[in-house]
Design a protein. Structure first.
Length: 310
């Protein structure tokens, strides 16, 4: 049996995506399905299996010759292939690799979605050629991942890279994790809307940060101030990462990063003030190059590496 194709999956709150690759990184197919993921683990896994089997069949790939990487929200038990407490999709103690392996007939590997996104950027995106890479995904939460010497680094208990819970203010806002002052309580959709409300700009929560970006883009001073404050908070977090991990590059993706220079402009200015001069040369902050496909790329390449380590 020889593995000659890779499948990457990205499961988000309102959709799943499956993509087929050659081991050299060539993308052969990519399909997204929008549906409600929350709660219905069994149904979603059945439909996801059917989609993957279809993609393999369309490309005449036998399931035994493919390996599948599953980029899914955590917390999770990566080695056992179980999603343990994914609050945002309401999946608790859901085994994912075992039922998918049974239905599809390919070896499957579970991966944290933010780690997968970082690995994807390292493989085919903005992190290509780096030795030490940190990735941040800014959306409803703040996810993180890192590669050290070109390998995903997980730490002793798979907790490494949870940069959303770097504390930037001891007496700050309460984070969903129960601790005060975590970076995620400021640099996330909800965090930015809170910052906006603090300066008198009240926006509906359900539309995310898009209205804020649109206002800032046409020069609204309050919306611009929200991006400057967010960049300041994020710079405090990235400075801590620079001084503890010292990566070659930090790549930043997710819905908030789509605001582009509204965020990256003030972020680079603040970083220049906060980071040791010795680390500045190696500290480059760039947006994801693969957009919302980073995680399917990364889940696929991680599955390939993990299958070869077995
Ligand atoms: Zn926290």
């Amino acid at each position: 049996m020889s593995i000659d194709h890779l499948v990457g999956v990205d499961l988000g709150g309102s959709h799943y995506t499956a993509a087929l690759f050659r081991p050299d990184g060539t993308l052969l197919d990519c399909r997204s399905v929008a549906e409600t993921i929350r709660g219905d683990a069994e149904g979603v896994l059945a439909r996801l299996s059917a989609l993957i089997l279809q993609i393999l069949a369309w490309h005449n790939v036998s399931p035994q010759n493919a390996v599948i990487g599953l980029g899914m929200p955590g917390p999770q038990d990566r080695r056992r292939g179980v999603i343990t407490k994914a609050h945002n999709i309401g999946w608790y103690d859901v085994p994912v690799t075992a039922p998918l392996e049974e239905r599809i007939g390919s070896r499957c590997f579970l991966e944290n979605d933010a780690v997968a996104a970082t690995c994807g950027e390292w493989w085919q995106g903005a992190g290509q050629g780096t030795r030490h890479l940190v990735g941040l995904t800014l959306g409803t939460g703040l996810g993180g991942g890192m590669l050290v010497h070109g390998r995903a680094y997980y730490g002793a208990e798979d907790i490494a890279g949870h940069f959303g819970h770097l504390v930037i203010d001891l007496n700050g806002r309460l984070c969903p994790c129960g601790v005060q002052g975590c970076l995620e309580a400021y640099v996330s959709t909800g965090g930015m809307l809170k910052t906006a409300a603090e300066i008198g700009l009240h926006l509906p929560e359900e539309s995310g940060v898009k209205p804020l970006s649109e206002l800032a883009a046409v020069g609204d001073p309050q919306a611009g101030e929200v991006f400057r404050r967010t960049a300041d908070y994020l710079a405090a977090g990235i400075a801590s990462i620079a001084h503890s991990v010292n990566p070659d590059k930090v790549v930043v993706g997710g819905s908030i990063a789509l605001a582009g220079e509204l965020l990256f402009g003030p972020l680079r200015e603040r970083l220049a003030e906060r980071v040791f001069p010795a680390a500045r040369g190696s500290l480059v902050v760039e947006p994801f190059a693969l957009g919302d496909r980073s995680a399917v790329y990364g889940a696929a390449i991680q599955a390939w590496h993990r299958s070869r380590e077995e």
